[in-house]
Design a protein around this ligand. Sequence first.
Ligand SMILES: Cc1cc2nc3c(=O)[nH]c(=O)nc-3n(C[C@H](O)[C@H](O)[C@H](O)COP(=O)(O)OP(=O)(O)OC[C@H]3O[C@@H](n4cnc5c(N)ncnc54)[C@H](O)[C@@H]3O)c2cc1C
Length: 415
Amino acid sequence: MKQKYNIFSLMRNARQYHQNWDKAWRSPEPKGEYDVVIVGGGGHGLATAYYLGKYCGITNVAVIEKGWLGGGNTGRNTTIVRSNYTMDESCAIYEKSVQLFEDISQDIDYNVMFSQRGLLHLAHNIHDMQEIGRRGHANWLNGIDAEYLTPQQVKDMVPLIEINGRYPVMGALLQRRGGTARHDAVAWGLARKCDEMGMDIIQNCEVQGFDIVNGVVKGVRTSRGNIKTKKVGVVAAGHSSVVANMAGFRLPLESFPLQALVSEPIKPVIDQVIMSGTVHVYISQSDKGELVLGAGSDAFNSYSQRGAFNTIEHIMAPLCALFPFVSRLKMLRQWGGIVDVTNDRSPIMSKTPVENMFFNCGWGTGGFKATLGSGFAFAHSLANGEMHPLAAPFGMDRFISGALIDEGAAAAVAH
Ligand SMILES: Cc1cc2nc3c(=O)[nH]c(=O)nc-3n(C[C@H](O)[C@H](O)[C@H](O)COP(=O)(O)OP(=O)(O)OC[C@H]3O[C@@H](n4cnc5c(N)ncnc54)[C@H](O)[C@@H]3O)c2cc1C
């Protein structure tokens, strides 16, 4: 049983100069064999492991991470959580995820600081108005909260926004239950819980190949030795194509850098998350006071976790037009992550040509919000050998059948 995180343990440990906290998770040597091996120690991989233990009773599990936990996109994203997508299949899985986010802090005894502060999608032209109109109705039909705001209502909620400037605001779609969550807390909290269930979280261990016999996966080859397993779940985000290549097949996705940046910390000025698909920018304020800013992915395929400077200019120019005060701020940090993008902007959760090997990827620029829903559905799929109903529409076969789930508009500004 792990040490509880609460006011009493905090006070007790403060008296001991914080020297005696238990390690949140062990760093074990890999065993020779597991029932399930998860490749990728990001949020989706850890959530998959957690729900495998919680709902499917499978705890002989290893999560194998080539770097450090959450060092991929999980620790690099801008933490936006929402479920107001357009297509029924997307609404179902993203809404499941938001519902799980609402309870996860109690569930795993770890505060992920889920803040349902409200999220606005701005409309600047007729096309935007039509898009949010359609999406809001789709949300209502799927039981997801959505409200339309007039320009004046936007101004009342967000006093610092310029609604009559270069990018006039004609209205907005508001999801009040949308907001942000602390991204690395999600990874750490899930890892701690997986460890408590006896699972092995193995960092600094790269998967370099697979043992495949007669089309069935039998094990993974890693930088720390070979591991036998009955099932493999690959959740490697931007590096999914590289891992698929090791197993001998190609995935219908491309990898791009996606950047974000934060300003110097200032007093609270922005209470919600505000996004604009048309000028391709979004803004929120972290609990530390930094403005968190982002935009779309870079234009060129790359595995460099940096991104190009012209993309930053494309973030800042419209942002200064929408929020003129931002031009007075210094930007503190910029970073990038490698996002895995499909051509219908929907994820891939699928069986593969290799038996007992499953892939969960293609979440692209907006998968943080899906971490829990994806882990929930993928865990059931791995356990049962058949895709869970929430995951089934996102199979790879849709790129052959043509049953695409086009989220180009709702996912247009990353996230
Ligand atoms: C700048 C930026 C901003 C974003 N903002 C948002 C947002 O606001 N809201 C939102 O919903 N989404 C956002 N996203 C997208 C979101 O971060 C991702 O979709 C999500 O975090 C993916 O989680 P994951 O667990 O699948 O991937 P990751 O966290 O990337 O985990 C995959 C892991 O696999 C590991 N790995 C890869 N290859 C191997 C190997 N061979 N062996 C072992 N391990 C391997 C990697 O090291 C990595 O840690 C953003 C992304 C970026 C980059």
